[in-house]
Design a binder for this molecule. Sequence first.
Ligand SMILES: Nc1ncnc2c1ncn2[C@@H]1O[C@H](COP(=O)(O)OP(=O)(O)OP(=O)(O)O)[C@@H](O)[C@H]1O
Ligand SMILES: [Mg+2]
Length: 224
Amino acid sequence: MLNILELKNLNISYKEKVILRNANLGIEQHSIVSIMGNSGSGKSTLFAAINGFLEEQGGSYSGEILFNSKNIKAFKTADLRRTISTLFQDSKPFDLSIEKNLTYAMEYYEGKVLNKKDRVRELLTMVNLYDEVKDNIHISTRKLSGGQKQRLCIARMLTTNPEILIFDEPFSSLDRKNTLIIEDLLRQLSKKYTILLSTHNEEQAERISDKIVRIDDFELKGVK
Ligand SMILES: Nc1ncnc2c1ncn2[C@@H]1O[C@H](COP(=O)(O)OP(=O)(O)OP(=O)(O)O)[C@@H](O)[C@H]1O
Ligand SMILES: [Mg+2]
């Protein structure tokens, strides 16, 4: 099976503060990989190395991160972030309409958006939100529930045609019902995308992941 993403001898640090030493990991296409580890162990930092935000945050890495066997340093930052789409720990919808949340990036990258209505419907359908919001596409996202907002943020991640989706603690503020909705959704999305997520919940990682790794003592260790 093809490894869409590979970490090779990866060392990450913020100046002299070491976060990760000699990490190696292969991520198969269309798999779900969970990263576990105590708070402060470096999960978000590892994601920042992969999606190209690490240097802006004052960190750096040595070793290689390969996307389809190509070093990610060879990609333009904007292309990397389109291809590897991230739901950050504190992601929120833009304070705009539901439609605008989904067309914003398309307008940025494509100029005029063709078939806007169909594409918005398709995105909302992919995250199982369309039926709940179809009569309110043009109203502000403020009226959505927390779980609906999160599904909208996930739909927004898909607007740049990514291949890899990174979810940094996607379950942390959800109740059990919404957690199960998101678990199902991630499984559904893994048919089309490759998924990397962080979670503190071991049982949940067991339920949804093809592979689990843990950051412990600055090392990336295989769990499953
Ligand atoms: N921009 C930064 N500059 C310096 N140190 C940082 C920076 N961002 C994070 N750190 C430190 O790096 C370590 C790893 O942080 P990180 O946020 O990656 O952990 P985490 O595993 O995602 O934690 P959590 O589970 O709480 O989200 C922590 O000690 C944190 O204080
Ligand atoms: Mg974090």
